[in-house]
Every structure is written in C-alpha cells, then in structure tokens.
Design a binder for this molecule. Structure first.
Ligand code: NAI
Length: 330
C-alpha cells in the first residue's frame, strides 16, 4: 500500500468544503489507491460546524481515509502537508473588490508563512478562494521556499463550464469535447477560448470552429455564458456553485499529479514565465499538459487579434489586482 498523503483543506467548514472533503476521502482527487490523511482548517466561529463535518467524514467509513484533523490552529493544520487546497478566505460581497483583496492579502500572507514553515517543502498548492489568482500570488510571495511551480489557482471550473457550453450547443457528449482554454483570471473578465478545441466525432477529431459555423455564437454568447454561469447558479440555487467547484478542484489536482491524457490539455492558473506575451510575475491561467506532477504551458498556439485583446484585458485586470494587493502590504 502507498504511504498516505496529507491533504489540507482550509475553509473546510464552508460550502465548497462540505462538497470537497467526501470527494477527497473517496479517492476522486488522488485516485482509488492513494490513502489520505485530511487536515481541515477553519476559523473559531466555524469550529462547531467543522466538528460536525469531521463526524460525517468518520461516519463515511472511507477505506482510504487514514486520519482526520479538524482544527482552528493554522500551524497544526499545515504540519507535514503534501497537498493544500485553499478554500478559506473572506467572502466576496457586492462592489467592494478592493476590500476583498485587502482582507484576503492578510489571510494569505499568514497562511503562506505557516505552509512555508510546517508543510512538506515540495507541497503542491491549489488556491480556490477569491480573488484566487491574486491570493495565490500573495501565497507565493510569502512562501519563498515552496517552488513557484507548486502554487496554482483554480480556473478548471470555468474550463469545465466551457466544455459543457460546447457540448450543449453541438449536442455531443461533454467527454468528447476537449482543449478549450481559459486564459487569465477567474473573474468576470475570464476569457474562454474555443479556437483550438476539438470534438471526437467517432471518425476522428474535428475542430469546434468547423462544427460551429456560427462565429457569432462563439465570439459572444459562448463567452458570456461561461462568464455569467456563476451568477446564473446563484440565482437558481440561492447559493453559489459548490460541488461543481469541488469537482473541478479534484480534476485540477488529479491531472496535475497523475498526468493529463495524451493529446489533451487543461487550464490552470500558474506563475507566468512570459509565454504568449503575458507578463512574468502574474498568476495567469494557461493551457497546460501535466506529467509526473509537473505542468508545462502548451506552446505555439496561434492567437488571433480577437483572442489577443481579451487575453491582454484580463492580464491588465490581474496587474491591477496585484497593485492593490501589494499596496496592502505596506
Ligand atoms: P464559504 O463562505 O461557504 O466558506 C468559506 C470558509 O472559509 C468559511 O467556513 C469561513 O469560516 C472560512 N474562513 C474564513 N477565513 C478563514 C481563514 N482565515 N482561515 C481558514 N478558513 C477561513 O464559501 P464557499 O462557497 O465554500 O467558497 C469558498 C471560496 O471559493 C470563496 O472564496 C469563493 O469565492 C471561492 N470560489 C472560487 C471558485 C473558482 O472557480 N476559483 C468557484 C467557487 C467559489
């Protein structure tokens, strides 16, 4: 049997946490043969709720789950962590994006230091909490001994939403659609790009651009449907998307650690190396392939003028978020 991996979930008493921890314990994130020790962190006001989540996890009698810690102590939570899923943070409210950044900078600075000191030095981190890309950047800055490439943010939910939009439009199974791209930030500027996407039509792969002759749909509704999907779910469910987020977090970690299928790429927020003219020093979502726990940005894709403009607009938004975040540090 493999040695257990220690998985930290911060904000585990929240909505996404409630959906995510049973998926992790059931093997959806790291595979059916990977034992797990779960560390769940939340803050004092949520301590009782966290206790209840722990009781349910134990009652789940998950064969892979070798231990559970539920704590409000960040040091205890970060000890020996191999994989950290960061859901915890100050929630988004209407209008005050500066305030959101300000509050989360403090939280991510503190949690970065705890990970830096107590987690495994090769710990892999996925930031989900919004503003996810900028929180990840702060985490990277304050955990300098964790390699840059180990710190990522979640845009897989947007990626999966884009796959679904194409599948619905063409009336094909979502599993037959691949290689959409999410560029940039998980925000209302997010740019889903179907220029390189394909559909498996049985007799081979066909470009989505050929199957959907209507450029107008791909250049307008497809994009806004993905951008506004979160709001549509809130309107229906009166709560934000939770299990689709949790499922996307599992997809992100599983593909990163176990590898992407041949010929398939996925979208991940990663530290920019300047690919596609995106400034180094931002956590930006790119198309990546993964092998043996390492991601690589897919190179050489042709970028048309329409895409270029959208990719730059989202980079600009991230530069602005970064400037606000850094101004909070002084
Ligand atoms: P939630 O508000 O239900 O849960 C957040 C949890 O974090 C709460 O239990 C809260 O007590 C806890 N928390 C607050 N400060 C903390 C701290 N300093 N340390 C540890 N825990 C702390 O929110 P929900 O719906 O579970 O969403 C979680 C996060 O994920 C939110 O920031 C949300 O905006 C983000 N999100 C990101 C998505 C993406 O695609 N990147 C999609 C959906 C949600």
């Amino acid at each position: 049997e493999k040695d257990p991996l220690v998985v930290l979930v911060t904000g585990a008493a929240g909505q996404v946490g409630y959906a995510l921890v049973p998926m992790i314990a059931g093997g959806s994130m790291l595979g059916p043969d990977q034992p797990i020790i779960l560390h769940m962190l939340d803050i004092e006001p949520a301590a009782e709720i966290l206790k209840g989540v722990k009781m349910e996890l134990l009652d789940g009698a998950f064969p892979l789950l070798k231990g559970v810690i539920a704590t409000t102590n960040v040091i205890e939570a970060c000890k020996g962590v191999d994989i950290a899923i960061m859901l915890g943070g100050f929630p988004r409210r209407k209008g005050d994006s500066k305030d959101l950044i300000f509050r989360n900078v403090g939280i991510y600075k503190a949690q970065a230091s705890a990970l830096e000191q107590h987690a495994d030095s090769n710990c892999k981190v996925l930031v989900v909490a919004n503003p996810a890309n900028t929180n990840a950047l702060i985490l990277k800055e304050f955990a300098p001994s964790i390699p840059d490439e180990n710190i990522t943010s979640l845009t897989r939910l947007d990626h999966n939403r884009a796959l679904n939009q194409i599948s619905e439009n063409l009336n094909v199974h979502v599993g037959d659609v691949k290689n959409v791209i999410i560029w940039g930030n998980h925000s209302s500027y997010v740019y889903p790009d179907a220029n390189h996407a394909t559909v498996d039509i049985g007799a081979g792969l066909k470009p989505v651009r050929e199957l959907i002759a209507d450029d107008q749909w791909l250049n307008t509704e497809f994009i806004t449907n993905v951008q506004q999907r979160g709001q549509a779910i809130i309107k229906s469910r009166r709560l934000s998307s939770a299990f689709s987020t949790a499922s996307a977090a599992c997809d992100h970690m599983r593909d990163w650690i176990l590898g992407t299928p041949k010929g398939t790429w996925v979208s991940m927020g990663v530290y920019s190396d300047g690919s596609y003219g995106i400034q180094p020093g931002l956590i930006y979502s790119f198309p990546v392939t993964c092998e043996k726990g390492e991601w690589l940005i897919v190179q050489g894709l042709k970028i048309d003028e329409f895409a270029r403009e959208k990719m730059d607009a989202v980079a600009k938004e991230l530069m602005e978020e970064k400037a606000v975040a850094y101004s909070c540090l002084h």
